[in-house]
Design a protein around this ligand. Structure first.
Ligand SMILES: Nc1ncnc2c1ncn2[C@@H]1O[C@H](COP(=O)(O)OP(=O)(O)OP(=O)(O)O)[C@@H](O)[C@H]1O
Ligand SMILES: [Mg+2]
Length: 499
């Protein structure tokens, strides 16, 4: 009985006094310290001797928030209530601590309030740790958000569990969190080409390309598996890099390279041709001069001499034609172009090929009403020559070789149509004929006999060259019967300025 009245009290008292994690402080109505346990010594830095009898003010930070808090506690105490909550207290070395404090009034035997007892738990360390974790988390998120590529993390159920700002911006907000990743691509269930398993298998990024046609963007997508310590899959990080511009650049570069190849091919041929023409001209002039001299001196052999002179004049015309053509081809200047004239010139030039001259039936039908256009001679001559050469190549094995060239116009366009009676183009080949380096012909040096050869650059360069004029090339073909290419040139943007 004695114990339950006095003994437990002293046990509790010694327990409270000796507790080192919990600070226990009792003050009288004047706020003077009457009890200062070991915990208070440890947490607050003052020894009991230093503070017993002192007013408690030294514990309060000097700011308005703290004053308000003290006022609140005081009010509760006067009403005889208990206070529980977080407060700040100043440690002996000046550091501000965060304390979870419970204060209750102390009463004497008659029930009168004689002071207050405060029990405090130091939250500072935990709060600091929490703050550090929060800071690290914010830093990580900021880093994540600073990356302009789209990044998100999905769990093994394919749900998006984390994403950066770029992902929210692109996919329309934070609503993507917890939705399955295949929804981003508009699939109702797992994407057919889901590379998740592959990513796990090779335990590293498994990149693939993803095109978003609705917004015209192309992404290179990398997947990084995040593994548990036991090797199981925790999540997959998906990084989507927008490569649209890079792709366009690549295409542009390819275009430029093609153009360069074409132009260097052109200028090499041109230089060679003008060199040959020049070298032929000299002996030719001398032959013609001497033949004319002979004719003047010996009019009696005119019958023998005339054919010589006639043939020499033919050569002269061919050389002139060649010189004209190469001069035109060397120029990148825009000029007034009569497409009918240009076509005739090209067809004339082709007559140097004896097979073309003698074995190919020709049907030409030119609309003499075509307006002149403003363009670079070689852009059109090369295009037309490429198409005609393809037509001749296609008829290499054909029994009947007929080339049809037609020009006509409507209100807005000029049309150049080139048809052949060649092998035709199979359906599975047709979609590829404008691709650079696509060819069904052997490369030069690998052909049998005089079989036509190719590099597969003809049509792709034609299309590239004519793009600048807004012109299009279309094709109709029937296997075994022949093919017709149509070049459609819009008049308005290309019309010769004075017409
Ligand atoms: N008139 C045609 N008839 C049948 N096939 C054609 C015709 N024109 C083009 N093709 C097909 O299209 C392919 C590509 O033509 P393209 O002109 O681009 O290259 P190429 O003629 O093979 O080589 P290059 O023109 O560089 O010498 C040809 O290899 C051929 O298979
Ligand atoms: Mg070709």
């Amino acid at each position: 009985m004695e114990f339950w009245e006095k003994g437990i009290e002293s046990t509790l008292r010694s327990l409270l006094e000796s507790s080192t994690d919990t600070s226990i402080v009792a003050v009288d109505l004047d706020q003077r310290v009457r009890l200062w346990n070991r915990g208070a010594e440890r947490v607050l830095g003052y020894s009991a001797d230093e503070v017993l009898g002192r007013k408690l003010d030294f514990l309060y930070p000097e700011d308005e928030v703290a004053s308000r808090k003290i006022e609140e506690i005081r009010r509760k105490m006067l009403k005889g209530e208990t206070f529980s909550g977080e407060v700040r207290e100043v440690r002996k070395d000046g550091k501000i601590l965060r304390i979870y404090l419970t204060v209750t009034p102390l009463r004497d035997e008659r029930g009168e309030v004689v002071g207050f007892l405060g029990i405090g738990h130091d939250l500072t360390e935990r709060a600091e740790l929490q703050e550090k974790i929060l800071h690290a988390k914010r830093e990580l998120q900021a880093m994540f958000d600073a990356i302009p590529d789209i990044i998100f993390m999905r769990d093994h159920d394919l749900r998006i569990i984390r994403a950066n700002n770029a992902a929210f911006d692109y996919f329309g907000g934070r609503g993507i969190l917890w939705t399955p990743c295949y929804r981003l691509r508009g699939f109702p269930s797992r994407c057919p080409d889901c590379p998740k398993d592959e990513a796990i298998r090779i335990k590293k990024a498994a990149p693939f390309e993803f095109e978003d046609p609705s917004r015209g963007r192309i992404f290179r997508v990398y997947q990084y598996p995040v593994l548990e310590p036991d090797g199981g899959l925790y999540a997959v990080i998906v990084l989507m890099q927008d490569v649209t511009e890079a792709k366009l650049m690549q295409e542009k570069q390819m275009e430029l390279e093609l153009r360069l190849i074409q132009e260097s091919r052109l200028s090499a041929v041109g230089m060679l041709a003008s060199g040959i023409a020049h070298n032929i001209n000299n002996p030719l002039t001398s032959i013609m001069g001497r033949a004319q001299l002979l004719l003047m001196e010996h009019p009696e052999i005119e019958e023998e001499l005339s054919p010589i002179l006639h043939q020499a004049k033919q050569i002269e015309a061919i050389v002139r034609n060649l010189t004209y053509k190469t001069r035109q081809e060397q120029s990148r200047q825009k000029q007034r172009l009569d497409l009918n004239h240009l076509l005739r010139q090209e067809l004339e030039f082709l007559k140097a090929d004896l097979d073309f001259k003698h074995k190919v039936e020709k049907e030409y039908d030119f609309d003499e009403d075509l307006p002149s256009i403003w363009g670079v001679y070689s852009d059109f001559s090369q295009t037309i020559l490429n198409i005609i050469r393809n037509a001749l190549d296609a008829m290499y094995r054909s029994e009947r070789k007929k080339l049809t060239v037609r020009t006509y116009r409507d209100e807005d366009h000029i049309y150049i149509e080139i048809g052949d009676t060649g092998c035709g183009i199979p359906d599975d080949v047709l979609p590829h004929i404008f691709e650079p380096f696509f060819t069904t012909k052997p490369l030069a040096g690998q052909a049998k006999g005089d079989e036509p050869t190719g590099t597969g650059l003809g049509l792709s360069t034609c299309r590239q060259i004519l793009k600048e004029y807004g012109a299009e090339i279309s094709v109709r073909s029937k296997l075994g019967e022949g093919t017709t290419f149509t070049v459609k040139v819009p008049i308005a943007p290309n019309i010769f300025p004075e017409e």
